[in-house]
Write a protein that binds this ligand. Structure first.
Ligand SMILES: Nc1ncnc2c1ncn2[C@@H]1O[C@H](COP(=O)(O)OP(=O)(O)OP(=O)(O)O)[C@@H](O)[C@H]1O
Length: 289
């Protein structure tokens, strides 16, 4: 299986932040979710992939490294959606489309009309009068209308209502069906990924926590709930994070099999969600409710 994006040993230091030696791939034909709490480095990684930020170390190859971020082809092959408004504010969406469309050889006017109708976007509305969600929808409609082989989206669902979010996720699943297209999208709404992601890359404070298929990630961890008296040093070592309450503890075990050997039938076991994995990993041990 080939990767649409390969990020290899990438580091970047800002004044109060360090992205350390991050390596992961975005497999071709699938949806990869980039998750992590605020400030983890998701946007920084995405901007590096887009050639907007230069890594201090490491390399990034996009679509087999044949494209340079500043070439016209790069723009044609990559659909980039971010929550920063990249359009001119004072003109209408329809006018903006007229300006942008000629730059794309695969521009599909029928697809554009279909998405504008589906997303309920009035072409004659000025961009400055659009809500945050409408601007995001417009950005998505524009990106989908030139059929890029790689769709890179930075927090696309952030300003969207739950009904549209669900429709968008279905649309993304449809988009990759030909197995030629790939999607990378960052989010801290992990429930989006429960629905559609095939792969998960998880960043925390500039470090890569994991990058694997979603099923492997979910199967690796185990949520355990039990009495506080069980919590000794050996037990804590097996837990990625612990949350203690008045009645006991809840912890995320990093290895399912080991946890079951350690606890036997003394605790309750549950399959963690991506949100729980993110919560316990980013908070670490010794949380008190
Ligand atoms: N140009 C910059 N100069 C200095 N620091 C920066 C710059 N860009 C990003 N950072 C810092 O890098 C860290 C990671 O930011 P980034 O926007 O990549 O995180 P994120 O995971 O996308 O977060 P969020 O979910 O809040 O959008 C933050 O601490 C941020 O302040």
């Amino acid at each position: 299986m080939s990767n649409a994006i390969e990020v290899t040993g990438v580091s970047k230091t800002y004044k109060n932040y360090k992205l350390s030696d991050v390596t992961f791939g975005v497999p071709k034909g699938y949806i990869t979710g980039l998750i992590g709490p605020n400030g983890a480095g998701k946007s920084t990684i995405i901007k590096m992939i887009m050639g907007m930020v230069q890594p201090d170390k490491g390399s990034i190859s996009v679509l087999g490294n044949v494209l340079s971020p500043h070439s016209g082809d790069y723009k044609e092959e990559i659909g980039y959606v971010s929550d920063e408004n990249i359009f001119y504010d004072c003109i209408t969406m329809g006018r903006m489309k007229q300006i942008i469309a000629p730059f794309y050889s695969r521009w599909d006017e029928d697809a554009y009309t279909k998405y504008m109708t589906l997303f309920e976007l009035p072409e004659r509305k000025k961009i400055k009068d659009c809500s945050k969600g409408m601007k995001m929808k417009f950005s998505i409609a524009m990106a989908l209308s030139y059929h890029p082989s790689l769709l890179i989206m930075d927090e696309p669902t952030a300003g969207l209502d739950p009904v549209f979010r669900r429709e968008l996720l279905d649309l993304l699943s449809e988009y990759i069906m030909d197995e030629e297209k790939s999607i990378l999208f960052s989010t801290h709404l992990t429930t989006d990924l429960d629905r559609v992601a095939d792969y998960i890359t998880f960043l925390n404070k500039g470090n890569l926590v994991l990058s694997d298929t979603k099923d492997d990630v979910l199967e690796r961890y185990l949520l355990v709930k039990g009495a506080s008296s069980l919590l000794d040093a050996d037990v804590r070592k097996e837990l990625v994070g612990v949350r203690e309450t008045a009645v006991g503890f809840e912890g995320l075990a990093r290895e399912r099999k080991k946890a079951m050997e350690l606890f036997g039938d003394r605790v309750l076991y549950q399959q963690p969600t991506l949100e729980e994995i993110m919560y316990f990993t980013s908070k670490g041990g010794n949380q008190h409710a």
